[in-house]
Design a protein around this ligand. Structure first.
Ligand code: F6P
Length: 307
């Protein structure tokens, strides 16, 4: 997100605009937590995780009175356009505000879950999956040394895309994600078969897979194969932090510039994204449509390679 903030600030200044930062998103708009930004305000942040502007959920912004306060505060600073970074909640709130107050807003896709439409990748996703593969590589050392089965739970809210890509990247023996229905008996048989080829087995489970959460999967594996040495590892919030990968920095930089240029061209209510290597714009409503699609070719790769 910092790389995105930097890109928005610097491109705004490049095009001779006055640029302001708003702390904690909508919450800062409601409370007037707004300050002018210069080129140096965003120096030395491209390599930092998190967001220098901080983030918060705003209950007040959900009410018309809260949004009226937010609008009054923006007017005090002569702010006549916004760039919002986030996902579902950010774009839903932006859409309402934009229509109520005729305030042009452009969006950047900021979530590790990669669950927005209109961009191949969201800002933060690549860093998160690289964090997962670093962690799982380390877990693999223990799994391999002790001949263990590890169930590793990764984030993603309702999406299995972190699990899918990091599973391929770590050579996981199975990936359990909410987008696909698991044939449990087939899964257990297959897991046992792989035993002849390897002493460690890693099963990546997406946190959103309510039918097969890490603990129930571990129980079922233990029930069927009591001789297996099974461990569970929940990776948790390490996935949301750390220095961003080059891919995320470049993505955020490109999209930040595109959002500002989009505003100058008269665009509004759209999220800047990258599809097939090209900048694209998708309206907020379509960007947050939940389409449970996973690339079937990637699923097939897991099957082919996990023998
Ligand atoms: O949506 C991003 C995400 O990191 C999800 O993958 C995860 O479920 C959630 O946020 C964690 O949110 P919190 O930090 O509020 O627990």
């Amino acid at each position: 997100m910092n790389a995105g903030i930097r890109a928005v600030v610097r491109s705004g200044l490049y095009y001779d605009l006055n640029v302001f930062g708003i702390y904690r998103g909508f919450d800062g708009m409601v409370n007037g937590d707004i300050f002018p930004m210069e080129a140096k305000s965003v120096a030395n942040i491209i390599q930092r995780g998190g967001t220098m502007l901080k983030t918060a959920r705003s209950e007040e912004f959900k009410s018309p009175e809260g949004r009226a306060k937010a609008y009054e505060n923006l007017k005090k600073f002569d702010i006549d356009a916004l760039v919002a970074i986030g996902g579902d909640g950010t774009f839903t709130g932006s859409d309402i505000f934009m229509k109520e107050y005729d305030m042009p807003i452009m969006g950047l896709p900021g979530t590790i879950d990669n669950d927005l439409q209109g961009t191949d990748f969201t800002i933060g996703y690549d860093t998160a999956i690289n964090t997962v593969i670093n962690a799982v590589d380390k877990i693999r050392d223990t799994a391999e040394s002790h001949d263990r089965v590890f169930i590793v739970e990764v984030m993603g809210r309702d999406s299995g895309l972190i699990a899918l890509r990091s599973g391929i990247g770590t050579g996981a023996e199975a990936i359990l994600i909410p987008e696909t229905k698991l044939d449990f008996s087939g899964f257990l048989t297959r897991l046992d078969k792989t035993r002849k080829n390897k002493s460690s087995r890693i099963i990546i489970v997406a946190e959103g897979d309510k039918d097969s959460d890490a603990f129930s999967v571990a129980d079922k594996v233990k029930d069927r194969f009591p001789h297996y040495d099974v461990r569970i590892s929940v990776l948790g919030h390490i996935q949301r932090g750390g220095s961003p990968t080059c891919m995320d920095r470049v993505l955020a930089s490109r999209l930040g510039v595109a959002a500002v240029e989009g505003l100058l061209e008269g665009r509004k209510g759209e999220m800047a994204g990258l599809q097939g290597g090209n900048i694209t714009f998708t309206d907020f409503g379509n960007a947050i449509k939940h389409i449970d699609h996973v690339n079937p070719n990637l699923l097939k790769i897991v099957d082919i390679l996990s023998l």
